[in-house]
Ligand binder design. Structure first.
Ligand SMILES: C[S@@+](CC[C@H](N)C(=O)[O-])C[C@H]1O[C@@H](n2cnc3c(N)ncnc32)[C@H](O)[C@@H]1O
Length: 521
């Protein structure tokens, strides 16, 4: 649960803005829990304390007429996400900039937007109960307003009276007076129970354990089942399934990667060393864009799990030449930049090809690689279909990274809406593409070279099933124990990993759920 920020009754700093790379509100990370009940006295006291410099430029009367700017921004982003399939982390920052919503108001809007999206499944069940009707029968606009109100009441430290009255004001401004009365009635009913009381109630009504976890932890049931199966196959079993789902609902910290040969930890003085990857830093707060080394690309923003798999891909021993590397699916370029910097340290005259099928993402790769070119001139960024490289350049590369397009179920913390957009049918389409890309990667690798197959999904259909299928059809290819290789690059033992595959987890390692298989061609 998160702090509300000033004028929202919490009165504590709710931290910096969330972003794809994962900063998020410090309030949520602190894990404090409000009562979820009205707290009028606390709210009015805190309103008086709010420094002027932190206020959004609107008077209370304006806020109750039109909804306050932070709540309005969150509402508009939710509407865009629903209506245009937009990504919240791309839509929100420009909205905040254009409307000059800054500081703690920006942090409030960010937490309200991302928290509401992540916990939408939970809140829809609460709303259905309180409204005594199916949420599908509500207008989409009204439902979004109710979700925002539910998150303020049950997921943030906003006093009940402020959450209800400000959200009713928002409903009046966006949906009209009639719907605002419904919003008022439903939010008042929601505010009568605390979050634990609601979770007990919803859990008790669920048909089975999967349904209970799906509704209380706000994940589609098919994702709960997939996570259970994946946990059961990796290390200590699935006893911590609920902890995983909870971790998916929290904002991740911002991880930085110090690109070898380009920068050092002293270039990010507000960060502390990461736990596992020697290249990783964890930002203690603030905007990574304010760091000069980040702006110039010597340091990047990258999940520590992504760093670990790139480090392991570069570390696995190969005999003979080791200077021609390929990243088959490079966009937006985080792993390519780290890998190319590692190649530069080993072979400054080495050649690194970063391939990406989407032109706009290839431009992002170009940008990620700009600073690395200083230490590795032999970088080529290409736009093309990775499935063709195995045929056009057979046996050309010493090392190939194939970080395939996937459902992204391992990065749900960073993509608040993605769990509601994916469906099991995506697995069939992606599975075929993943097999073709891995087959091409193996064909592009010389005998004795190595392919690193990576996903940011733990779904078995995207991880070991793909690898095992392709291996059956590829003569001479053999698995290398990726757990052993990773142990050689990690600063600390990663615990109970079961080889030959590596599967990282948000709740066990604090990383995205990255999967790694190392295959010798
Ligand atoms: C998981 S992302 C890669 C992330 C990247 N390795 C990084 O660390 O920044 C997968 C990428 O594969 C690209 N892709 C999808 N189909 C492809 C294909 N047939 N050939 C090459 N790239 C493809 C997608 O556009 C996407 O940018």
């Amino acid at each position: 649960m998160s702090d509300g920020g000033p004028n929202r009754g919490g009165g504590r700093d709710s931290g910096g803005a969330d972003r794809e790379s994962g900063s998020g509100s410090a309030g949520e990370r602190r894990g404090g829990r409000g009562s979820g009940r009205p707290a009028q006295g606390r709210g009015s006291r805190d309103r008086g304390r709010r420094p002027d410099s932190q206020r959004t430029a609107s008077r209370p009367a304006d806020r109750s007429r039109g909804g306050d700017p932070a709540r309005r921004a969150a509402y508009d982003v939710l509407r865009s996400v629903a209506a245009t399939d937009a990504y919240a982390n791309l839509v929100l920052p420009p909205v905040l900039t254009e409307r000059r919503i800054r500081g703690r108001d920006a942090a409030f809007a960010t937490e309200l937007t991302y928290g509401t999206l992540r916990l939408q499944g939970r809140y829809d069940a609460v709303i259905a109960h309180a409204a005594q009707r199916d949420v599908g029968s509500l207008d989409a606009e009204v439902l979004d307003v109710l979700r925002l109100g539910a998150h303020q009441l049950l997921g943030m430290r906003v006093p009940g009276h402020a959450a209800v009255s400000e959200t009713v004001g928002l409903a009046r401004a966006t949906c009209g007076t009639g719907p605002s009365q419904l919003v008022n009635a439903v939010l008042r009913r929601i505010s009568e129970r605390s979050l634990p009381e609601w979770l007990d109630l919803l859990g008790a009504e669920a048909d089975d354990e999967t349904a209970r976890l799906a509704v209380t932890q706000s994940h589609p049931a098919w994702v709960v089942r997939a996570m259970r199966s994946a946990l059961a196959r990796t290390g200590p079993g699935d006893g911590d399934l609920e902890a995983l789902l909870e971790a998916d609902n929290a904002s991740p910290s911002v991880n930085l990667v110090v690109r070898p040969g380009l920068a050092g930890p002293e270039d990010a003085p507000d960060a502390v060393p990461g736990r596992w990857a020697p290249t990783a830093l964890v930002l203690r707060g603030g905007d990574p864009g304010a760091i000069e080394a980040v702006r110039t690309g010597r340091i990047g923003v990258q999940d520590e799990g992504s760093q670990l798999v790139a480090l392991a891909a570069a570390a696995v021993a190969i005999e003979g030449a080791d200077h021609t590397w390929l990243d088959l699916c490079a966009g937006p370029g985080g792993k390519a930049a780290l890998s190319a910097a590692l190649l530069a340290a080993r072979a400054p005259d080495g050649r690194f090809v970063a391939n990406e099928v989407a032109e706009h993402r290839a431009r992002l790769v170009e940008r990620s690689m700009a600073a690395v070119r200083q230490v590795l001139p032999g970088i080529e960024v290409r736009t093309g279909d990775g499935r063709e490289i195995g045929t056009s350049e057979p046996g050309r590369y010493d090392r190939v990274l194939v970080d395939v397009p996937c459902t992204g179920l391992g990065a749900l913390r960073r993509r608040p809406e993605s769990r509601w957009r994916r469906s099991p049918s995506d697995l069939a389409t992606l599975g075929q593409l993943q097999r073709e890309l891995l087959t091409s990667a193996l064909a592009a690798t010389r005998a004795g070279g190595v392919v690193a197959y990576v996903t940011c999904s733990p779904h078995l259909a995207e991880t070991r099933f793909v690898v095992e299928d392709v291996l059956k059809r590829t003569a001479g290819a053999t698995l290398v124990d990726a757990v052993e290789v990773l142990a050689g690059v990690s600063a600390e033992p990663l615990g109970d990993l079961r080889g030959p595959y590596v599967q990282l987890w948000p709740h066990r390692h604090g990383t995205d759920a990255m999967f790694l298989a190392l295959i010798r061609a």
